[in-house]
Each structure stands twice: as C-alpha cells, then as structure tokens.
Design a protein around this ligand. Structure first.
Ligand SMILES: C[S@@+](CC[C@H](N)C(=O)[O-])C[C@H]1O[C@@H](n2cnc3c(N)ncnc32)[C@H](O)[C@@H]1O
Length: 226
C-alpha cells in the first residue's frame, strides 16, 4: 500500500530527529511533558504514548517502572524505538492515530501525545478518543502548536509543514500542520469532561540542525478525566 506522506516524512527524518534537542531552543515538547507528567504517574501505571517516535517520550516512564504502549505511523521511528528500550516494558504498534485508537474504554492510567497533535487534522476527535480509553481520575497530557496571527510561520490555522522556514521542505514531503488557540483547546477539554491541571505556553524549535533552528510556539495541557 502507498505510504501516507506523513509516514514517508517521518521515516526520512527518523535518524536525525534526535538532534532537535541540541543547540538553541533546546526545550522540546517531549521535555516539557516529561517534566510535568512524570511526578504525577505511579510505578506500574499503564501508559499509552501516541506518536511515540524514537522512544524519547516513553523512556523516563519506563525507567520509573511504568508499562508503556507506544504507537506511531512511521516504521522507521518504531524500529529505532525498539532498539533503544527493553521489550519487557514496552509494546510498540504501527498505527495512524487519525483513524481512531483501537483500545478498550477506561483502559489506561495515562495517555500522552507529545509533539504529535499538530499533525492531526481533527484534534477534537483524537482528544475524545484519548478521553474514552483513559480511566477515571487518570491523566491525559498533550502538546499542540499555537495559532499566532502575528508570527509568520504560525500565522495560519493550517499550513504545509515547513512553510515560512528558511529552507522549505520539498513539496512531495509536505503535509499539513494544524494550529489552535488556548481557548479552543480548553473548550475541547470541557466537552470531554477533562479537568485542567495545567495549561502552559512554551517555545521550542523546528527539527532542523543548528544553526538553522527557528522558534515554534506551543501549548501544553495536563488534564485529568473526571
Ligand atoms: C515530533 S515526533 C514526536 C515523537 C515523540 N512523541 C517525542 O516526544 O519524542 C512526532 C511523531 O508523531 C508520529 N505521527 C505523526 N502523525 C501520526 C499519526 N497520524 N499517527 C501516528 N503517529 C503519527 C511521527 O511518525 C513521529 O514519530
């Protein structure tokens, strides 16, 4: 079957993706989620990591003693993730989260999506799915790209990845990035009966190697299912 463009792109960047934390703007959505969420999870919690990539977002939770299920659309990302972490604590599946999450209701102690939901067209549908599969009083955490009218590369609600960057990404590999205001995200939380624990803004960067890095503005939600 023909690969989805986003799958092709992530397969291609898998090897250099880990460079994003080097140089300027080294704060990443991954680091921010870990900082806030790790103290809240308990040893042996069952965690779902949506768009797990090379395993960076899952690693500290596995170290703490949690069991993690990672899903990703890119076979290459999953291949790197598999090599990095011991299989005993870590199950990986290839899946497109836009197509829904194939897990039972009220199943996970924590569901997280770090640096992923900006690639999902219908964030509301995905957050609804995240809420469905999370147990009551358990945590849902995610980052999203902010819609910033006054900032060239994030001034549109949706645009092709790389638009506005110094070196545009080839058209063939360009897919959409979707942006939101904090208000829109908070409305989605209320609709899905999620209690806001924290909602922060932060600056991270594009994936490019230093010195080509360009700041990107994000929001991060930590919430709890009522
Ligand atoms: C920027 S990386 C983040 C990886 C990891 N969560 C982290 O924080 O390091 C984004 C990941 O989302 C995955 N992804 C993008 N769209 C997806 C989709 N529709 N379904 C599943 N995974 C997706 C990509 O393949 C990539 O591995």
């Amino acid at each position: 079957m023909k690969k989805k463009i986003i799958e092709e792109y992530n397969d291609r960047i898998a090897l250099r993706y880990d460079l994003a934390e080097k140089g300027k703007f080294k704060e990443t959505p991954t680091g921010k989620i870990i900082e806030k969420l790790l103290p809240l999870v308990k040893k042996e919690d069952l965690i779902l990591d949506l768009g797990c990539g090379t395993g960076k977002s899952a690693k500290p939770f596995i170290r703490k003693g949690c069991k993690v299920i990672g899903v990703d659309i890119s076979s290459k990302m999953l291949k790197i993730a598999k090599k990095k972490l011991k299989k005993k604590f870590w199950k990986l599946y290839k899946c497109d989260i836009e197509k829904g999450l194939n897990f039972k209701d009220n199943y996970f102690d924590v569901v997280l999506a770090s640096w992923v939901l900006e690639f999902v067209k219908n964030i509301e549908k995905t957050v609804k799915e995240m809420a469905r599969i999370t147990k009551r009083n358990s945590y849902i955490a995610f980052t999203y790209e902010l819609w910033k009218k006054d900032y060239k590369i994030q001034s549109k609600k949706e645009s092709s990845l790389g638009k506005g960057l110094l070196k545009p990404i080839p058209k063939l590999l360009s897919f959409k990035v979707y942006r939101h205001t904090p208000k829109e995200i908070e409305k989605i939380l209320i609709k899905n009966n999620l209690k806001k624990i924290s909602h922060e803004k932060f600056i991270s960067c594009s994936y490019s190697k230093p010195p080509e890095k360009i700041p990107v503005f994000y929001g991060m939600i930590i919430s709890q299912k009522r």
